[in-house]
Design a protein around this ligand. Structure first.
Ligand code: ZN
Length: 158
């Protein structure tokens, strides 16, 4: 039974309400996360609580339990002069900026003359998320993983 501080291995597909695939991880490229640490969206984490290895689940997550609603205040028009003079600003570029003491990632949507249009919403903001998940493994987290608040699976460390 999956509980707080377990490391969960799962495969999943993620689609939006239009049926467009937004992401996936298959069994050989499975995702590991630390349960109960907010590593995944709340609506998925609460459904996985109590599942066990081999369980499969279809989960529908509304925006408020997913990546939040689209916030129009995070869609900004910034003068070119606010960027470094030698920066080659192109659509899809990302940069982070401090907003109210919290780091926020912005994506450049378009460049029009001297104006840079950026969007600081998560790419899946406003989307109802449809997950199909399969639990592949569960183990206890190590003390180091607990102190970092995330899994060390060899592909990541900081
Ligand atoms: Zn770490």
């Amino acid at each position: 039974m999956i509980k707080k501080n377990d490391v969960v291995t799962l495969s999943y597909t993620l689609k939006n309400s239009a049926g467009v695939e937004l992401g996936k991880a298959d069994a050989k490229d499975a995702m590991n996360y630390l349960h109960g640490a907010g590593n995944i969206v709340p609506g998925l984490e609460e459904v996985i609580e109590g599942l066990k290895v081999g369980d499969k689940k279809d989960v529908t997550v509304p925006p408020e339990k997913g990546y939040g609603d689209m916030n129009p205040e995070l869609k900004l028009k910034i003068p070119r002069s606010n960027f470094p003079a030698d920066a080659d600003i192109q659509p899809d570029m990302q940069f982070s900026s401090d907003m109210d003491g919290k780091e926020n990632v912005f994506t450049v949507e378009k460049v029009e003359g001297d104006q840079i249009f950026v969007n600081g919403n998560h790419p899946f903001a406003g989307e109802t998320l449809h997950f199909n998940v399969k639990i592949l493994g569960v183990r206890d987290a190590t003390a180091e993983e607990l102190s970092h608040g995330h899994v060390h699976d060899g592909s990541h460390h900081h």
